[in-house]
Design a protein around this ligand. Structure first.
Ligand SMILES: [Zn+2]
Ligand SMILES: [Zn+2]
Length: 452
């Protein structure tokens, strides 16, 4: 049987069409293990397993959440049932907190008909740059004829990833675009602050910007991604009256900051905003942990989950990502498994060296191979692993919605594409795809102790 041993069909990326995605899995007659990354997504993984044939669940706290959410063993233990086959994803992620050493990134976004070179943005850029922050200013495409999709696409391309050191400042429709952008982020994303200036809460009566307001905002998700919204409205703004700011502030759980300014934020500068941003950054600095603290916490939370897996005789779903020089998280996790005498474990989405992979399988553990094995660039290491590691120690997975294999790279991933991973491994090893599917199914049964 075809099995995707690591997917997140429980994540919000599938909120609009989850049923269809699941149906495509059922039509293929495949099995899927959905994985939680926090308590909430662990619960939804368990729910999906209960409702769907050949769906299983893995529950745990992802290392990137080790610092922002407590791991209470009892909360997870309560969720364990026959369809829960593993604990995780847990492990060490040294890539995620690299941003702790980076400067703050502040993105400035203009409004309808505006440009990145308005006097106000030039002033704010120079003040923030003087303070050592990294400022990003860019023009939205066709500023006079705004299009929500095109503006969002530009934001994704220009901003790239966001993290706890990202602050976004948007004027008018630029502010609306920030909210729409935040809505598209995954549940594990977060930003340090958002500043909305003269931002409308509806299209007012402008036909031209109606597509920015097709649906109501996803307030819950917005409040989850950012806990620091700052809404500025002008008492005498004739274009976007102050009640729009009031509405946004209420929904975003903050208070509107009123200023006096004729017309529509036609400003050279706004010193209060600069002070606001600086104070936020100082407060944020105080709250951010050090790299040492995060490493320690991740280890602690990993050990707690090893403990839970042992108590309930479950496999361990390990997540690793390198990011600190001269550190190999996979070798570190292997050492912990040996020390703790863990019997069944998967190094999901393996991204380490061939040498460490050989050590891992020598100890009887398994390696998960994902979409990147199909990539044409920077895939040599994972391809050599897919070719040289005994097939008896490999599993195929998608990590959907992430890591989409070729030829769908760039789109949202889904479990049925795990077949493309199987096909690539078969090609590399000079065997048939069916052989890969059959052996990885036997491997999955062994490591996860399936009773089917
Ligand atoms: Zn992972
Ligand atoms: Zn994952």
């Amino acid at each position: 049987m075809l099995i995707d041993t690591h997917a997140h069909l429980n994540f919000r990326a599938y909120d609009n069409d989850r049923e269809e995605v699941i149906k495509r899995c059922q039509e293929k007659g495949m099995a899927v293990i959905n994985v939680g990354a926090q308590l909430a997504t662990s619960k939804s993984a368990v729910e999906l397993a209960a409702k769907n044939k050949n769906f299983y669940a893995c529950l745990g706290l992802h290392p990137i959440h080790a610092f922002d959410e407590p791991f209470n063993e009892a909360d997870y233990a309560k969720l364990i049932n026959d369809k829960v086959v593993a604990v995780g994803e847990c492990g060490l992620d040294y890539w995620w907190f690299k941003y702790l050493n980076e400067p703050y990134k502040i993105v400035l976004l203009h409004g309808w008909g505006g440009s990145k070179d308005e006097r106000f943005f030039i002033w704010l850029d120079s003040e923030l740059t003087k303070l050592g922050h990294k400022v990003l200013r860019f023009n939205f495409p066709d500023s006079d004829n705004p299009n929500q999709e095109a503006w969002l696409k530009e934001m994704r391309q220009q901003i790239g990833y966001v993290n706890g050191k990202t602050l976004l400042v948007g004027f008018s429709l630029g502010g609306v675009s920030i909210l729409r952008f935040l809505e598209t982020l995954d549940e594990d994303a977060s930003v340090a602050g958002v500043y909305l200036l003269g931002t409308p809460s509806t299209s007012l009566s402008y036909e031209e910007i109606k597509d920015f307001f097709k649906t109501d905002f996803d307030w819950n998700h917005l409040n989850a991604v950012c806990q620091n919204f700052n809404v500025y409205s002008s008492t005498n703004d004739e274009v976007v009256p102050a009640e729009h700011g009031q509405k946004l502030a209420d929904k975003l759980k903050t208070k509107v900051k009123l200023i006096n300014n004729a017309w529509h934020f036609n400003l050279d500068k706004l010193s209060e905003l600069l002070v606001n941003i600086n104070e936020d950054i100082i407060a944020c600095e105080k709250k951010l942990p050090t790299i040492e603290q995060v490493v320690k916490k991740q280890e602690e939370v990993l050990l707690a989950q090893i403990n839970l897996a042992k108590k309930h005789n479950l496999a361990l779903m390990l997540h690793g990502r390198n990011g600190l020089e001269n550190k190999d998280v996979y070798a570190e996790m292997l050492a912990i498994l040996k020390k703790e005498k863990v019997e069944r474990a998967v190094f999901h989405c393996y991204g380490g060296t061939l040498a460490t992979a050989k050590e891992i399988v020598k100890n009887g553990y398994f390696i998960g191979i994902d979409g990147p094995v199909t990539f044409t660039k920077k895939a040599e290491e994972i391809q050599s692993i897919a070719k040289e590691i005994p097939l008896q120690n490999l599993l195929i997975e998608t990590d959907a919605p992430y890591l989409t294999p070729e030829p769908y790279r760039g789109q949202r991933n889904e479990s049925i594409y795990v077949e493309l991973v199987a096909a690539k491994i078969a090609e590399l090893r000079g065997i048939t795809k069916d052989e890969v599917i059959e052996q990885t199914w036997q491997n999955a049964k062994k490591v996860f102790n399936f009773n089917i």
